[in-house]
Design a protein around this ligand. Structure first.
Ligand code: ADP
Ligand code: MG
Ligand code: MG
Ligand code: MG
Ligand code: MG
Length: 442
């Protein structure tokens, strides 16, 4: 371990960095950090080794003011420079785990929640892989200060329609400097909307990467004089931004969702995993679609799911099994959006899937029709249920789901529940222009 620290201290020195950031996330997945000045290298070595004490009482979802001391211990494998920083104000950073001062892991740390779930998979010999597809909007403000998409381009358009092209190129190059393995990037369906996909990896690395992805894009776009939003549904009437989550389990380097001998080439394990995701879909919503605004994206007609069903290649259902087989065999969950906390989201997806495998939950036959084309009666006939349509519904479903609650742990569950209930209460007492337009003359 000492060697590794020496190596890192040397790298920091070579980079000429003035600051070392200790980064973690709050319960919403928002990155937070403390910077250590690098003018006393000996101290830095000790801090890397022993951890950095901090006051956790003002971090959303963390601790009370009466018992507020926590420690950040860097995960040495996450060391990186921050390419969007100007050279003269360069910084390096670690992603950290959060500990209590007695050295035990802090139960409110979202990264710790995911690590605990991944351990359950490891005990069964599995590596849990995640490939996310985050979408976002480049936006600008008109003379009146109203936000609008920054271009009028459409799906897969090229310049000059896709004015975001150069920005997107800059972003991809910046992310590659951060060792992102970018697979594709393209203009999305809505004006101003873009998608950048990076290669799947172990879920912990991927969750770290999602946080870095959003953080890096915000910083780079700001440097270029543009504005970006990862809000799930920034504009009425056009597609919102999702973050599809592609999942698979590997055992001894082999994808266990693949079985060349079945009709669909999906294994029994894959079917049970799907069964688990469907069984817990309502409670999962609270974590995968965690903001009031998330539910304005999950409406019929915009390629976002509303119905709890799975399909092969079908993009109208909650779960889709893409055509790819062999190593690329995966289950895509289409409800998550970029406002979710990736650590918590990946933890609950995994544990819902494992529950399906443990209890052999049968997902039934795949849905082959366009679910959006059915009436409520037809859906009921087919036994297809609807995802929660509000944060209020979602957190009441969460309340009743022991598997998803258990994945979060009591500490995070209670913090999350209280914060989300307060968000809902704050929202439901607001009166909007929309209501005055509809009801003023009643
Ligand atoms: P879509 O057709 O939904 O747009 P993409 O090809 O854009 O799908 O995205 C696919 C994502 O799935 C990428 O992040 C890719 O790395 C990931 N992926 C591929 N194979 C696997 C796998 N076995 N497990 C998890 N994710 C995978
Ligand atoms: Mg994609
Ligand atoms: Mg796509
Ligand atoms: Mg997309
Ligand atoms: Mg997708």
């Amino acid at each position: 371990r000492d060697d590794k620290i020496d190596e890192i201290v040397k790298a920091i020195d070579e980079y000429g960095s003035k600051f070392l950031r200790f980064q973690f996330v709050d319960i919403h997945g928002t990155p937070k950090n403390l910077s250590v000045s690098l003018n006393r290298p000996d101290d830095v070595e000790h801090i890397i080794e022993d951890g950095l004490l901090f006051d956790g009482s003002s971090v959303p979802g963390f601790v009370g003011i009466n018992d507020s001391d926590l420690a950040l211990k860097p995960d040495l494998s996450t060391f990186s420079t921050l390419p969007w920083r100007p050279d003269e104000k360069g910084a390096c950073r670690f992603i950290c785990d959060v500990y209590n001062i007695d050295g035990t892991p802090f139960e409110g740390d979202p990264r710790g929640v995911l690590k605990k779930s991944l351990k359950k998979a490891e005990e069964r010999g599995y590596q849990f892989n995640m490939g996310p597809e985050p979408e976002f909007f480049l936006i600008e403000q008109d003379e009146k200060g109203n936000y609008k998409p920054a271009d009028d381009a459409e799906y897969f358009d090229v310049e000059p329609l896709d004015q975001g092209l150069d920005v997107r190129k800059e972003i991809v190059l910046g992310l590659e400097k951060l060792n992102f393995n970018i697979e594709v990037s393209h203009h999305e369906v809505a004006p101003g909307q873009h998608e950048i996909d990076f290669r799947f990896d172990d879920a912990l690395k991927t969750a770290d990467a999602v946080v870095t992805f959003k953080q890096a894009i915000k910083a780079m776009v700001d440097n270029l004089g543009y504005q970006v939003t990862f809000m799930p549904k920034p504009f009425f009437g056009i597609n919102g931004s999702g973050m599809h989550c592609n999942q698979s389990l590997f055992k001894d380097g082999k994808n266990i969702f693949y079985d060349p001998d079945t009709e669909t080439q999906l294994s029994q394990e894959a079917m049970y995993f799907i069964g688990g995701l469907l069984e817990h879909a309502k409670a999962l919503s609270a974590i995968l679609s965690p903001t009031i605004n998330s539910y304005k994206r999950l409406v019929p007609g915009y390629e976002a799911p509303c119905y709890i069903a799975y399909g092969l290649r079908n993009r109208s259902t909650l779960l889709r099994i893409p055509a790819s087989r062999g190593i690329g065999t995966r289950i895509e969950c289409r409800s998550p959006d970029p406002s979710c906390n990736p650590y918590l989201a990946f933890a609950v997806l995994l544990e819902a899937g494992l529950d399906g495998m443990d209890n052999k939950i049968d997902p039934g036959e795949p849905t082959e029709f366009n679910a959006f084309s059915l009436t409520q009666d037809e859906l009921a006939e087919q036994g297809i249920e609807t995802l929660p349509t509000s944060l209020w519904e979602a957190y009441h479903s969460l309340e009743k789901d022991e598997v998803v609650k258990n994945a979060l742990g009591d500490y995070v569950y209670n913090q999350f529940y209280n914060i989300k209930r307060a968000e809902w209460d704050d929202y439901r007492i607001q009166v909007f222009d929309y209501e005055r337009e509809k009801f003023l003359n009643i």
